[in-house]
Write a protein that binds this ligand. Structure first.
Ligand code: 5RP
Length: 229
């Protein structure tokens, strides 16, 4: 296993220590979340009883194969704990997510989660969000319209492709990856994107994470928000 994989696994192993019997869990998507789901699967085999909401068809498939009891996002009012990956995070624990295309369910799950735990390798920490383009999920018939709106607002919209076809999300929407450079104010960028007709969800996850756990070559580093006052 290479170093990055080891870091992802170390972060996942640390995060699952927060899982308790009887919890409703959110299961993230991506190569880091994969390790956490594998660990939870082992815990279920050893007697842990949890109910989980998957954030993508890939995660659903993995969790189902491990015997984790699943429900859909619409079946629960709240989620106790979610473990998910990220494409970037800053020291305010704001995130860019959706590189794997699962941002819509990931954001819905995060919104109703009491403790949102983010895991990753050391490359995910940035001073300012924005080197990673912001994934923006859009209704298919609005894809060029949304790109033009992003371009007109000083950004650059890149329509995500899969070979010669539009990239399709689980919900059969398209994605425009929006480049606004390194952002001083991700809140105003998020507000702008949410106001564009056709946008279903944007990949800025602001004020949602409680804890970020990063795997390192010799263990983990934990980032928490400083208490106010
Ligand atoms: C998927 C995501 C992932 O959490 C993000 O892309 C990080 O993935 P990985 O853990 O593979 O680096 O947001 O939509």
């Amino acid at each position: 296993m290479d170093d990055i994989k080891n870091e992802k696994q170390a972060a996942a192993q640390e995060a699952v220590k927060l899982v308790e019997d009887g919890m409703v869990l959110g299961l993230g998507t991506g190569s880091t979340a994969y390790f956490a789901i594998a660990e939870i699967g082992e815990m279920v085999k050893n007697g842990l009883s949890v109910t989980a909401v998957p954030t993508s068809s890939r995660t659903e498939e993995q969790a189902r194969s491990l015997g984790i009891h699943l429900v859909s996002i619409d079946d629960v009012d709240e989620i106790d704990l979610t473990i998910d990956g990220t494409d970037e995070f800053d020291l305010d624990l704001n995130l860019i997510k959706g590189g794997g295309g699962a941002l819509l369910k990931e954001k819905m799950v995060a919104r109703i989660t009491n403790r949102q735990i983010i895991i990753g390798d050391a490359s995910k920490l940035v001073d300012k969000l924005g080197a990673f383009k912001i994934p923006v999920e859009v209704l298919p018939f609005t894809v060029h319209y949304v790109k033009r709106m992003i371009d007109g607002a000083g950004g650059t919209g890149h329509i995500r492709m899969n070979g010669g076809d539009f990239y399709l999300t689980d919900e059969k929407n398209y994605i425009v990856d929006a480049d606004f450079g390194l952002m001083d104010d991700p809140y105003s960028v998020s507000d702008f994107l949410n106001d564009v007709e056709g946008v279903v969800c944007n990949g800025l996850f602001l004020d949602m994470a409680e804890l970020v756990i990063i795997g390192t070559s010799d263990g983990v580093e934990v980032y928490e928000l400083e208490e106010e006052g």
